[in-house]
Design a protein around this ligand. Sequence first.
Ligand SMILES: Cc1cc2nc3c(=O)[nH]c(=O)nc-3n(C[C@H](O)[C@H](O)[C@H](O)COP(=O)(O)OP(=O)(O)OC[C@H]3O[C@@H](n4cnc5c(N)ncnc54)[C@H](O)[C@@H]3O)c2cc1C
Length: 395
Amino acid sequence: METNNTIQQEPVFDIIIAGAGCAGLSLLYGLITESKLSQLRVLVIDKALEKSNDRTWCFWETEKGPFESIICKQWDAITVHKNSFSRQLTTTPYTYKMIQGLDFYNFVIMEAKKFSNIFWQEAAITNIETLNNNAIVYWEGGSAKASKVFSSILPIDSLYTISQSTNTKPFLWQHFKGLLVEFEQPVFDAHIATLMDFNVDQKGATAFMYLLPLDNKKALVEYTLFSKSLLKPNDYDAELSSYLKKHYANAAYEILHNEIGAIPMTTQSFAKSDAPVYVIGTLGNAVKSSTGYAFHFIQEQVKLIVKNLVQNNPIKTEIHNTRHQFYDAVLLYILDHQLMEGSEIFKRIFQKNRAATIFKFLSNTSTLMEDIRIMRSLPTSIFLPAAIKVLLRRS
Ligand SMILES: Cc1cc2nc3c(=O)[nH]c(=O)nc-3n(C[C@H](O)[C@H](O)[C@H](O)COP(=O)(O)OP(=O)(O)OC[C@H]3O[C@@H](n4cnc5c(N)ncnc54)[C@H](O)[C@@H]3O)c2cc1C
């Protein structure tokens, strides 16, 4: 990447953003679009500033968001399938939206390059230390100081270690391989996103196909699992191939792109914000532990940080409220202990509720009455003892 400013010696910044992925760049965008903060001297460090289209983000919202101009596709209808159960739900007032990773990276970087007070460093960070209310960020051959550091650097290897540990909190992976496929003939209804099709090999866990049509020939199709360990790459491919063959009558298709990912699903905290070093994104526990969705929560985290900075208040990065975290913990406990099939849990929720209520619940914004409505879809005989177990473990 061409950088507009490259640092010469160890300078002092107002803010260092350590990690320029979803959270780091979302924060950067939040800073440059807030007039009271846009003059701050900010250093952005990432081990790879040359970005690739490494992921696709989906999320839902009722209004137009800050990244509306780069939304590549949106849907107002979703479907869920399990055996003979099939339900199409309208998402109104929410819209389910998709952003390509590369569009997001390019958009924020291009906007930030208009500011001469934003500096860039391509380097692998080796350490972050606190010294006299400042933080010093080190990389091989250099370092920089700032009064605040926002870090999202989380080595995936350390996550694998945490996932294997004997900690009492459940830890599952949401892991998947996705293919962007293009058929020669129209085969998709481009207006409907398949959120979960459980009619796939469950592999002893919770597994579903997620199919997002971009037009009537092209779709992103992802074989997704919630389980303790990952599959071999060929296992995802085999399931994707058999699904496409089965549903589209052996029609020919071309694979245009693929993405592979593993998102931690756990109520374990990876790190805590401790002034002057604040954690954001996955490292900052922004991932919703029961679903793996993080994009929306990262935007909420950024809003909170920007507000605290503008008001000169202590900076908070925790965005999941206790009540919804408790629900997440109960669901994870049930999945982790295999007390009920995940496919059956999600089927019942989607069978008995409006998509809007479910989206609200999963966005942590539902009322207690709405929570009760969702919970009534589920068997008390399983969920109540699990809730008690989770409560006892907390105390
Ligand atoms: C393939 C995939 C698809 C996803 N899809 C969705 C979705 O549809 N909806 C949703 O809500 N969530 C989704 N997620 C989950 C979540 O939104 C993303 O993982 C999101 O990118 C997390 O943001 P982050 O900033 O914490 O991490 P990242 O985006 O991974 O950013 C971390 C950055 O830190 C840098 N870095 C790491 N170590 C160092 C180091 N030592 N020194 C310097 N830089 C370093 C990396 O290069 C990277 O740029 C998806 C995740 C994946 C992997």
